[in-house]
Design a protein around this ligand. Structure first.
Ligand SMILES: Cc1cc2nc3c(=O)[nH]c(=O)nc-3n(C[C@H](O)[C@H](O)[C@H](O)COP(=O)(O)OP(=O)(O)OC[C@H]3O[C@@H](n4cnc5c(N)ncnc54)[C@H](O)[C@@H]3O)c2cc1C
Length: 379
């Protein structure tokens, strides 16, 4: 695996050296906590981790997706192609769900400058759908052109926890001021926008999240992680745990709801693959929003765009699990996301791997790792 930073500027990992000692009980005591404002709280606190039931016979499927990663971050810019304007909005790595409304808004602002009323959107993942919806909300005609539709996009494979500081978003040594400004704007816009989708219709909800081991540095960005507390615990493996609230986006529900909104607003959709930029010239729209994710590597010859393969095992749903976690492990971070369609167990990121095949050894590593965590939190 290529050694690359998957650390964002504001949230960098400081993985503590953790020893594998089992915790004492289902709940643990916090000897001390530090709240949002830096005040120390010496009162004991208990957190009850309901145990995730991890075992191979509870696995209902394994999913694989490719995060569209660029070291210098996503591409959000306008360019000319003959008499067409192409507005690029792709390469969001492991945070495309989270950043979607933000980069869509910035892309649409660029598109408005062309004075057109009819737009083509390439791609029907979360980025294409959000971009299309914002254009419709301005009263424009929108046609989405895409080779794959939900349920068959990368977006459908995502977790998805809201967080612009997820795995593989950009390399902090490779980005400039312009990108960072776009990134900050997109994060802020998206964080606010997703709050309006909370509810069963869109499959967005707030849940408690735990960074077991307390490895994130949140300097400057706690505003996006409300209720942030750093807890000192009696669990030997995890003597520090960060707790905060996060939005969980259930992709199958959310993307279907966006598709529905798109149709209700009069959008049209054409299943079509574009093999080269020459194919785009035949489109009747003069402004083309490029939201093709990994597809931009071939279509627009973007050599920097790299797949970062992610594989997840999905367990039978457990409705009582109402928290998510991320834990360091010897090989990677392990994460658990409790969705209605199953409990997602992840912890796999392989840069440069285009394969969509699940790897049995990785499956075993992920399951074994989560079994150990379940034991630690639940014994
Ligand atoms: C395992 C995993 C876990 C993740 N977890 C999270 C998470 O917790 N939170 C988060 O925010 N993000 C997460 N992500 C990242 C997120 O899934 C991506 O950043 C996001 O889905 C990218 O969206 P997109 O619309 O750009 O791409 P896609 O969903 O891949 O959509 C691209 C669209 O373009 C179309 N297309 C491509 N090429 C062509 C072409 N040549 N012609 C026509 N159509 C074309 C495709 O058919 C598709 O419709 C995760 C990703 C993975 C793999």
């Amino acid at each position: 695996m290529k050694k690359e930073s998957f650390i964002v500027r504001r949230n960098f990992l400081k993985i503590a050296g953790l020893t594998a000692v089992l915790g004492p009980s289902l709940s643990f005591s916090s000897r001390q906590s530090i709240d949002n404002y830096g005040f120390r709280n010496n009162e004991l606190q208990d957190i009850n981790f309901k145990p995730v039931n991890v075992s191979p016979d509870r696995v209902i499927r394994t999913v694989v997706g490719l995060r569209p990663y660029r070291q210098s971050g996503f591409v959000l810019k306008s360019e000319r192609l003959n008499d067409k304007t192409i507005i690029h909005n792709y390469g969001h790595g492991g945070a495309g769900m989270s950043l979607s409304w933000g980069t869509a808004k910035l892309a649409v602002d660029m598109a408005l400058q062309r004075g057109e009323t009819s737009f083509a959107v390439l791609g029907c993942g979360v980025i294409g759908l959000s971009t299309a919806r914002l254009l419709q909300q301005k009263g424009f005609d929108v046609t989405i052109y895409a080779k794959d539709l939900p349920l068959n996009t990368t977006s459908n494979v995502s977790g998805a926890l809201w967080g612009s500081g997820n795995f593989f978003v950009y390399n902090e040594n490779q980005v400039g001021h312009e990108f960072l400004s776009q990134f900050d704007q997109a994060t802020t816009i998206s964080y606010r926008a997703f709050q309006d989708f909370v509810g069963i219709n869109y499959g967005v909800s707030w849940i408690k999240h735990y960074n077991l081991g307390g490895f994130f540095n949140f300097a400057g960005s706690k505003i996006f992680y409300p209720g942030f507390k750093e807890l000192q615990t009696s669990i030997t493996d995890y003597s520090t745990i960060q707790q905060y609230n996060v939005m969980l986006i259930e992709p199958a529900i959310y993307l279907n709801a966006l598709m529905n909104d798109f149709y209700v607003a009069g959008g049209s959709l054409k299943v079509r693959q574009f093999n080269s930029t020459q194919d785009l010239i035949s489109l009747h729209e003069n402004v083309i929003m490029n939201c093709t994710g990994m597809g931009s590597q071939k279509l627009f010859n973007d050599k920097e765009l790299t797949p970062v393969k992610g594989q997840m095992s999905v367990l039978l749903p457990q409705s009582e699990i109402n928290y998510s976690y991320v834990s360091p492990s010897s090989n990677n971070l392990l994460y658990m996301i409790p969705r209605k369609d199953g409990i997602l167990l992840g912890g796999n990121a392989i840069a440069g791997d285009w394969s969509l095949e699940a790897n049995d050894q990785e499956n075993k590593r992920i399951l074994d790792g989560h079994m150990k965590i379940a034991k630690t939190l639940g014994s």
